[in-house]
Design a protein around this ligand. Sequence first.
Ligand SMILES: [Zn+2]
Length: 412
Amino acid sequence: MSVLNPKRTIAELKELRQLTGDANGAQRVAFTPTWVKTRAWLTQKLSELPVEIHTDAAGNLWATLRGESEKSLLIGGHMDSVPNGGWLDGCLNVLAGLEILRRINGQYHGQPPVTIRLVDWADEEGARFGKSLFGSSACSGNLDMAEARGLKDKNGVTLPAALREIGIDFERVKDSGAELKNAAAYLELHIEQGPVLLDLNLPLGAVLGTFGVERHAITFHGQAAHSGSTPMNRRKDAFLPAAKMSEEIYKIAARSGNGVCTIGSCTTKPGIVTSVVEECRITLDQRHLDSVALATMLGEAKTASEQFAREGNVNVAWERLWQIAPRPFNDQLIALCDEAIRETCGQVHRLPSGPLHDAAEVAAAGIPTVMMFVQSLHGISHNKIEDTKEAHLELCVTAFDKLAEKAMKWIE
Ligand SMILES: [Zn+2]
């Protein structure tokens, strides 16, 4: 009987790093030769198990261990990385899933009570075409076909052309949705990619869902005037209300509970040292797990911008750049994840995910979903310095395996 061996997962992560990384980090960009090589390596490992392996219409790789029931427990991750990426983002999830498949296969002599399926989503990172969650959004049905059809990489190659190269027909990618037919639960392990668990000195967290996002450009319009000849009380300074917004968003975020707000860019016109600012454009990114709280944060920012504009005798205009709804995870699975973590290391923290993950797409497709986070050192990812303590990696494989077992019982 095969028992869970988290040390093997760490060894395999290192093997993968050796095979697909260089001095600058991981180079498993989706649909490139290195990614194809990664997939071949993974398939080789999977083929040592009595699983059925195939690639779906969107290029997602599925390994299925048939159980007594057709109802399926899905475990997912992504083998692709950004260029010069870290050694854990995405592939930790898949390789932990591989180890769990081995354990379940051994314990249940090749036939668990429910079907277990490991999925390696295609192009989670969107590094080449600027569109993340490609494979999972095709599978969930949320992929915007018109937008995706027009995507080009920096050499002008279109996404449909790149897919054709690896034998995928772009027009049929949503056929991959058939894979979710018997899906009863979806689990995903991931490095946190932020500092929350590190600051709490906790190895593992249960993820409540992924944040909804409201992204806007706010433009204040005043009047350009000479910086020497214009008295302070006669100015229509477009920068002043923008500057007030910078402080205000901290108050808005604090009132919201665990929301976050970011002014990520600020451009001024005419943008010279001797002129009062005529036009100031800032971008505001707001995120919250609760849709009502997110709407409140947005409303408060609008009200504040109008007030500051009035006070400064300038105009303000808002333009929505992007938006996505919060994707809360399944309450019962969150409770099981919590339990699995407590049993493994005594203490747990529940936290929302700022970044989007494939799990958000699966949740949007109506499949009960949960994620588990493991602490990130430096709170950094998408960088070769991305790291997690090996002791924590072992703990996360153990806890994630316990969660898989609990989820299997829950599905039954
Ligand atoms: Zn990832």
